[in-house]
Design a protein around this ligand. Structure first.
Ligand code: NAP
Length: 332
């Protein structure tokens, strides 16, 4: 039981970060009852039906992106549910600063749910009404819950940032993750030749089943150079990513799961005219286009496992083990 719940009356089930543990992040979470989130003036609330787990939640438990005085914090960036008027919605997790106009990923005052405001691993979440996107009836709540973080990040990396035309070749480093499986599914549905690497032979086979044209061991010599590389792994794959690019090619980077400080290999970057593009989440408009894209193409999130929210610890343990292929989803 969480301290706040005891003091103010238990209201909803939620997963909270209670402390930080860089080495054993799962030990720092608690599943228990907490008060409903405050709904600031002009905001609205959503009853969550399904919510997805992201590596971001493990980073939060490790103490990356949160300060001790913000604890306990409800974790989670992804949700699909029902709004106050009974409409089925997805929740866009990027909260802009008041009055911000334009691309919200470039707002210096933005935050992601669970960073400043309580997150979505809960039965309810409060958000500005502009953050609600209609859930298409073709998607289940579980599928829809995978879109706002991993799939949105993948959509922006590929379609907004990479500059690759359909028919081009794109390498995805680390096939098994939430963002990576989204990249493979989206890219193959859009007519890119998707190549992927993975540490695990079983995941390489599954990447091909998902739509990758070929899958390789990490660091393998490729049949030819690629137009773009999608990087979320960081240190363990960065050098390979730069070597894999054709002259003038683009690496789009949105994460560094294995560590953030590889050698920049600047000689290679300038001599081959490579482009290194950072990317983070996506806009509400991109999320809306993504939902239309998956409806039209029938690309669907790969769900590795679904657990009741009350058993969230099992899902965290599975994500932390590195065995996941696709997304872990919790239902309320
Ligand atoms: N900037 C943003 O907006 C944003 C949004 C979403 C995610 N991210 C970041 O992107 C990263 C991935 O997120 P996720 O939720 O997709 O995580 P995830 O589901 O846990 O996936 C982790 C991925 O990393 C690969 N991997 C891990 N360690 C590796 C290593 N030592 N060598 C090679 N590959 C390794 C895995 O590939 P295999 O197991 O197949 O080898 C897998 O694809 C995280 O760091 C996350 O914080 C950033």
């Amino acid at each position: 039981m969480n301290g706040r719940g005891d003091r103010y009356g238990a209201a909803m089930l939620a997963v909270t970060a209670q402390r930080f543990s860089p080495d054993d992040p799962v030990s720092a979470l608690e599943v228990g009852r907490v008060p409903d989130p405050d709904v600031p003036d002009g905001w609205t609330s959503v009853s969550i039906r399904a919510t997805a787990l992201n590596h971001h939640d493990l980073w939060s438990l490790r103490g990356v992106g949160l300060r001790a005085e913000q604890l306990p914090m409800v974790l989670g960036c992804d949700a699909a549910g029902v709004d106050e008027d009974g409409r089925e919605v997805l929740v866009h997790g990027v909260i802009s600063s008041p009055g911000w106009r334009g691309d919200e990923t470039l707002d210096p005052g933005r935050s992601l749910l669970s960073e400043r405001f309580p997150g979505t691993l809960a039965e309810r979440v409060a958000v500005p009404p502009a953050n609600l996107v209609p859930k298409p009836p073709e998607l289940s709540f579980e599928e829809a819950a995978c879109l706002p973080t991993a799939w949105l990040t993948a959509y922006r990396m590929l379609f907004t940032q990479s500059g690759v035309q359909p028919g081009g070749t794109v390498l995805v480093q680390g096939a098994g993750g939430g963002v990576s499986t989204a990249l493979i599914a989206l890219g193959s549905a859009a007519g890119y030749r998707m190549w992927a690497t993975s540490r695990d032979e079983g995941k390489r086979s599954r990447a091909v089943e998902l739509g990758a044209a070929q899958a390789f061991e990490i660091g393998a010599r490729l049949p030819e150079r690629v137009d773009a590389v999608m990087e979320t792994v960081g240190q363990a794959t960065w050098s390979h990513s730069l070597r894999a690019l054709r002259p003038g090619g683009t690496v789009v980077v949105s994460g560094a799961t294995s560590g953030p400080d590889p050698s920049a290999e600047l000689n290679r970057v300038f001599f081959l005219g490579l482009r290194v593009i950072g990317s983070t989440m996506g806009t509400r408009d991109e999320l809306e286009r993504l939902t239309r894209f998956v409806v039209r193409t029938r690309a669907r999130p790969v769900i590795d496992a679904t657990y009741p929210l009350a058993d969230a610890r099992s899902g965290f343990q599975r994500l932390a083990s590195g065995e996941v292929f696709g997304k872990i989803v919790f239902t309320t």
